[in-house]
Design a protein around this ligand. Structure first.
Ligand SMILES: [Zn+2]
Length: 167
């Protein structure tokens, strides 16, 4: 694992605590929830009654997508029992669709939740052979690298849409 920056980096102290924390998108005072108003969005590649899968507006990783719950909840434990039970099945479909793009070594899944309060996870495919990007630093590489052209993100999204429809 490595960072996309030259060494030596210097360690810094954590910032001061901010309590209470500022509201996130979708919380009172934090701006509208972009994931609740999703049904007519062109970036939705697939959906069912519990989940919708989105193509990102910008990414440097071919095949990166994000999955959000249909219901506005914040965490795994707030999901309905049906949503909780179906999560693994949906993740497996997305995993297969992204591996099917080719030249993908592994599909990583992460959930931070610090930006928006609507439950969502990201799938990040690590490009085949990019061992320097292995592991938990892949999102840092994604941020540091040049974004892919929008046309390529759209083309890849269409392939994922087709694979999800066939799954
Ligand atoms: Zn929401």
């Amino acid at each position: 694992m490595s960072l996309p920056y030259a060494e030596p980096l210097t360690l810094r102290e954590p910032a001061d605590l901010v309590v209470p924390e500022p509201p996130r998108r979708g919380e009172s005072g934090g701006g509208p929830c972009g994931a609740c108003d999703w049904s007519d969005r062109a970036d939705v590649l697939w959906s069912d009654e519990h989940w919708h899968l989105h193509n990102p507006g910008s990414t440097s990783l071919r095949g990166a997508v994000w999955l959000a719950s249909a219901e506005h909840v914040d965490s795994f434990s707030d999901l309905s029992p049906e949503g909780q039970a179906g999560f693994g099945v949906v993740c497996a479909k997305v995993d297969r669709a992204l591996l099917g793009l080719g030249d993908v070594a592994r599909v990583h899944l992460y959930r931070w939740g610090d930006g928006g309060s609507h439950f969502h996870v990201w799938f990040l495919p690590r490009p085949l052979g990019r061992l320097d990007m292995a592991g938990h630093l892949l999102p840092v590489w994604e941020d540091a690298m040049e974004p892919l052209p929008r046309e390529e993100i759209a083309r890849t999204g269409e392939r994922i849409r087709t694979a999800m429809a066939a799954a």
